[in-house]
Design a binder for this molecule. Structure first.
Ligand code: AMP
Ligand code: ZN
Length: 113
């Protein structure tokens, strides 16, 4: 999608701090970190949110969840971490390209409920 911020990041049209990349997944540092480590993991192909995951494209979500522990290890998140995906208005989703936040590097509060 040409007007999607994260599609532009995948294409390199908007700069980002890459932490991981393969043929279908891209991960980069959140510009407004909510924890000492705050990384966004996204499919390279545009999906709007968790609501767009289906039997055809869910393989990329599986790949994302294979990659997340690798990134956590790379980042030294030995004490644990949180994975969050905001879906829709009530969750406060602001970028409508599916993304998973990895938050860690401190003891996290339980406020994100
Ligand atoms: P959400 O509110 O779940 O849609 O998360 C969107 C996230 O994208 C927020 O945590 C933002 O700080 C982050 N974000 C927005 N623009 C950029 C950018 N250009 N580079 C990195 N992260 C961004
Ligand atoms: Zn997109």
């Amino acid at each position: 999608m040409s007007d999607c911020l994260f599609c532009k990041i995948v294409k390199g049209d908007i700069p980002s701090t890459k932490v991981y990349e393969d043929d279908v997944v891209y991960a980069f540092r959140d510009i407004n970190p909510q924890a000492p480590t705050h990384i966004l993991v996204i499919p390279k192909a545009h999906l709007g949110s968790v609501n767009d995951v289906n039997i055809v494209n869910s393989v990329v979500v599986a790949r994302i969840f294979e990659v997340i522990p690798q990134i956590a290890a790379q980042e030294g998140l030995t004490g644990g971490y949180r994975v969050v995906s905001n879906c829709g208005a009530d969750a406060g989703q602001t970028v409508h390209h599916l993304h998973f936040h990895i938050l860690g590097g401190k003891e996290l509060s339980l406020e994100m409920a």
